[in-house]
Design a protein around this ligand. Structure first.
Ligand SMILES: *[C@@H]1O[C@H](CO)[C@@H](O)[C@H](O)[C@H]1NC(C)=O
Ligand SMILES: *[C@@H]1O[C@H](CO)[C@@H](O)[C@H](O)[C@H]1NC(C)=O
Length: 389
């Protein structure tokens, strides 16, 4: 009995630590999604054709498209409150006067992709029709509109087991005849990271990134603990960005971008792009960070403990590292106070003894040696791209 129990427990431990071996193979999400979503910018008020087309134009004029930002995603509130008499979802005629297809056509003509939002329950979070028991029909409708990204939320559910219903929509999308990036939004319930990769291209790992430093820090700490589940085809989704939404300091905006980038989260901007500040724009346009986020290896960074450093807890930890196709990324975060943080490369997973060259992504500073250090103000971050000399 005890032997059997020991055997079962060790089996479970192995299963829990093992990254997903089989992934949704729809050809999408080889690197984390880059784009914008309407929700944080203006909730229901931004679920309009005008805002979608405006965001697409700004992707181009602000230089975001050139950096890889691709998805223009409309969140909750885009449809009428009820299906039509044949049971189909109907775009709100005030918000989408020419329907959805006209918008997705115009966005495609700009070389970008268009996303929409739905829910696995009877209603969306804002009370619009959900897709429960209409999965096939809705997937066909999305395909007819050439919708490229489908965020699938978790409100008004009748079944606690989200797994089954997320799979139902996965299969409906797969049979719809159009390729859709499938974004699971069950807020990290049901240990979604252990099965998300077989079902979707990304999966939310926590409740929403409400607009404050505490949410940024808490989500990043969670992301570090489940980093091994992300990989090409499916990534942990740390939720949409809150940069340029009035609640984060410049230092906190750098850490928000830096952590999401090295953690290989989708980066879905969440500000009103017509009002973005120059300093926030520079942060989200940091090419070095985007290149790290989009690195073909697709391995999320996680925390490591340098010799002499305090043990990690469930809180945001200062020391991060992860492999890149041509080296290692090292992140240092001033999680609790202004501080100078140093790491010797011998302590960094994937590095070791010897001399390495580095570039810091926010300052552009370069150097080489056996260690790096950064003098950081409260909640600021430095991100080093490190290579063998
Ligand atoms: C409901 O919407 C679908 C899809 O747009 C359409 O084909 C159908 O004709 C509509 N039904 C009615 C009764 O308007
Ligand atoms: C890093 O550690 C190595 C091995 O202990 C040591 O030789 C080197 O001097 C250290 N570098 C710094 C900058 O402390």
């Amino acid at each position: 009995m005890i032997l059997l129990l020991t055997y079962l427990l060790s089996g479970m431990a192995i299963a829990a630590a093992k990254p997903l071996d089989k992934r949704l193979d729809n050809g999408l999400g080889k690197t984390p999604a880059l784009g914008w979503n309407s929700w944080n910018a203006g909730q229901c008020n931004f679920a309009t054709a005008q805002r979608a087309l405006q965001a697409a134009d700004l992707f181009i004029s602000l230089g975001l498209k050139d950096l890889g930002y691709t998805y223009v995603n409309i969140d909750d509130c885009w449809s009428t409150k009820s299906r039509n008499s044949s049971g189909y979802l109907v775009p709100d005629p005030q918000k989408f006067p020419n329907g959805i297809k006209a918008v997705s056509d115009q966005i495609h003509a700009k070389g970008l992709k268009f996303g929409l939002y739905g829910d696995r329950g009877t209603q969306t979070c804002a009370g619009y029709p959900g897709s429960l028991n209409n999965e096939e029909k809705d997937a066909k409708t999305l395909a007819s509109w050439e919708v490229d990204y489908w965020k699938y939320d978790n409100c008004h559910t009748t079944n606690e087991n989200s797994h089954t219903e997320y799979e139902k929509m996965r299969d409906a999308l797969a049979n719809s005849g159009y390729k859709v990036f499938y974004s699971l939004c069950n807020w990290g319930r049901d240990n979604v990271w252990t099965w998300g990769g077989k079902v979707g291209n990304s999966w939310r790992i926590t409740d929403d990134n409400f607009n404050s430093w505490n949410y940024v820090a808490t989500i990043a700490a969670k992301g570090a603990s489940i980093a091994q589940y992300g990989g090409p085809g499916g990534f942990n989704d740390w939720d949409m960005m809150q940069i340029s939404n009035g609640k984060l300091s410049a230092a906190e905006e750098r850490a928000h971008m830096g952590l999401w980038a090295i953690g290989k989260s989708p980066i879905l901007l969440g500000m009103d792009l017509t009002k973005i500040s120059q300093s926030s724009l520079a942060i989200v346009k940091n090419k070095g960070l985007i290149d790290i986020n989009q690195d073909a290896l697709g391995k999320p960074a996680t925390t490591f403990r340098p010799s002499g450093a305090p043990a990690p807890s469930s809180k945001l930890y200062p020391y991060w590292a992860g492999p890149l196709s041509d080296g290692v990324v090292v992140g240092l975060v001033a999680a609790d106070n202004a501080v100078t943080l140093s790491v010797n490369f011998t302590d960094v997973p994937g590095l070791g003894a010897g001399t390495f060259s580095w570039t810091e992504m926010f300052s552009g500073k370069t150097g080489s040696g056996t260690s790096v250090s950064a003098q950081l103000s409260l909640h600021d971050m430095a991100v080093f791209r490190v290579k063998k000399v």
